[in-house]
Design a protein around this ligand. Structure first.
Ligand code: AMP
Ligand code: TRP
Length: 360
C-alpha cells in the first residue's frame, strides 16, 4: 500500500523524495455562511497549505447531526460550505475536497477507535461538557459523546502511509480543538501499540498568519456563530451594505488613536488584526498610517478591504450553487480520491484488528 511508488501529487517541500506531507482538516456545515473568524483563523490557511501539502478537506456532515438538526437545512448547508471553500480557492484538482458521509470508512474507523477509547477518557472532553450542557429538553446523545472519536477517525484515515516519503502529518485547528487532537494522538499510539505500527500521530498545527478574531460588538469575546449577535459577526456571504455598516459600527473606545493594545483597546486591536491579515500589511505600518486620525477613516478603509476580499468569494459561491449538479460532481470526485486512501487504510486496520478478509 506504499504510495512511494506512485508519483507525488503535490510539490515536495524539501530535497526528500516521495509524496508531500499530508494535511487534513474538517469543518461543520452548521451555518448559512462561514464568518470572518473562520476565514482568517482557518480557511485561508487551507488554501495556502495546498502549495506545500497533499491536502484532504472535509465537510463534516456526520458531526453536524450530533445535535438536533433539520435535514433539508443540513443538505443545503453542506453544499453552501463546499461552494464557499471552492470559491475561496480550494482547488479540487490538487486537494481532495469531500463530504464526510460520502466516505463510509469514517464511521467504520470511528467504531474501531471507539472500542479503544476509555469511557472516562471521552467524558473528559471539555467541548462535550459545554455542548451537552446546552442541549435542551431532548438531552444529549451518544453521538455527541463519541464525536471526538469520529474526529480521530477523520484524521487517522489519512495518516501518511509507510515508505520513504514525508511522514509528518498536520491538522490545522483552532485552540478549542487541541484536546481532540491530543485524543487522536493517544488513540493512534494505542492502536499502534496493540496491533502494530499503523498510524502517524498527527500534529496540531496553527499556521503562521492564522488570527483569532473577536466579536465586533464584544471585542473581548471570540467571533462565534453560536455566541455572537448578528451585529458582532461578519459573514463571508453577507451583502456589502450590511457588511460595511457593521464595520462602521464596530465597538471601539472613546479615544481617537489607532493603536494595538489588547488590554485597553480590544476593539481597535481586533480591527487592526483583521486589516493586517487581509491586506498583508504589518500592524505597525497601519498604526503609522492611521495614528491619531480618529477611527472614521480607519474603519472606512477597513470596510473597503473586507468588501474587496469577500465580494468575489460571494459571487463565485453563488455561481457554484447555481449549478448543483456540477458542484455534486466536484464533490464526488473529491470523495473518490479521499475514498481510495481511506479504503487502503481500512484494509490494513481490518486485517490488524483480526477481521476475516472478504475474499475476492
Ligand atoms: P467553528 O465553526 O467554531 O467550529 O470553527 C471552524 C474553524 O474556524 C475552526 O478551525 C476554528 O478554530 C476557526 N474559528 C472559528 N471562530 C474563529 C475566530 N473567531 N477566530 C479565529 N478562528 C476561528
Ligand atoms: N471538530 C471540528 C470543529 O468543530 C471539526 C472537525 C471534524 C475536524 N473532524 C475534523 C477538524 C478533523 C479537524 C480535523 O471545528
Amino acid at each position: 500500500m506504499s504510495e512511494a511508488s506512485t508519483p507525488s501529487t503535490g510539490p515536495s517541500t524539501g530535497p526528500s523524495t516521495g509524496p508531500a506531507p499530508r494535511v487534513l482538516s474538517g469543518i461543520q456545515p452548521t451555518a448559512d455562511s462561514f464568518h470572518l473568524g473562520n476565514y482568517l483563523g482557518a480557511l485561508r490557511q487551507w488554501v495556502a497549505l495546498q502549495d506545500t501539502h497533499q491536502a484532504f478537506y472535509c465537510v463534516v456532515d456526520l458531526h453536524a447531526i450530533t445535535v438536533e438538526h433539520d435535514p433539508e437545512l443540513l443538505r443545503r448547508r453542506t453544499r453552501v460550505a463546499a461552494a464557499q471553500l471552492l470559491a475561496m480557492g480550494v482547488d479540487p484538482e490538487r486537494s481532495a475536497l469531500f463530504v464526510q458521509s460520502h466516505v463510509p470508512e469514517h464511521a467504520e474507523l470511528a467504531w474501531v477507535l471507539g472500542c479503544l477509547t476509555g469511557f472516562g477518557e471521552a467524558g473528559r472532553m471539555t467541548q462535550f461538557k459545554d455542548k451537552s450542557a446546552k442541549q435542551g429538553t431532548g438531552g444529549t446523545t451518544v453521538g455527541l459523546f463519541t464525536y471526538p472519536v469520529l474526529q480521530a477517525a477523520d484524521i487517522l484515515l489519512y495518516s501518511p502511509e509507510p515508505g520513504p516519503g514525508e511522514r509528518t502529518f498536520h491538522v490545522p485547528v483552532g485552540e478549542d480543538q487541541r484536546q481532540h487532537l491530543e485524543l487522536t494522538r493517544t488513540l493512534a499510539q494505542r492502536f499502534n501499540h496493540r496491533f502494530g505500527d499503523t498510524f502517524v500521530a498527527p500534529e496540531a498545527f496553527i499556521p503562521a498568519g492564522a488570527a483569532k478574531i473577536t466579536d465586533l460588538q464584544e471585542p473581548t469575546a471570540k467571533m462565534s456563530k453560536s455566541a455572537s449577535s448578528p451585529q458582532g459577526i461578519i459573514d463571508v456571504l453577507e451583502e456589502p451594505g450590511p457588511m460595511r455598516k457593521k464595520i462602521m459600527r464596530a465597538v471601539t473606545d472613546t479615544g481617537t488613536e489607532v493603536r494595538y493594545d489588547e488590554e485597553n483597546k480590544a476593539g481597535v486591536t481586533n480591527l487592526l488584526r483583521i486589516f493586517s491579515a487581509l491586506e498583508g500589511t504589518p500592524i505597525a505600518d497601519l498604526e503609522a498610517r492611521y495614528g491619531d486620525g480618529g477611527y472614521g477613516t480607519f474603519k472606512k478603509e477597513l470596510a473597503a478591504v473586507v468588501l474587496d476580499t469577500f465580494e468575489p468569494i460571494r459571487e463565485r459561491t453563488a455561481k457554484l450553487l447555481a449549478d448543483e449538479e456540477r458542484l455534486d460532481r466536484v464533490l464526488a470526485h473529491g470523495a473518490e480520491r479521499a475514498g481510495a486512501v481511506a479504503r487502503r487504510t481500512m484494509d490494513v486496520v481490518r486485517d490488524r484488528v483480526g477481521f476475516v478478509g472478504r475474499g475476492h
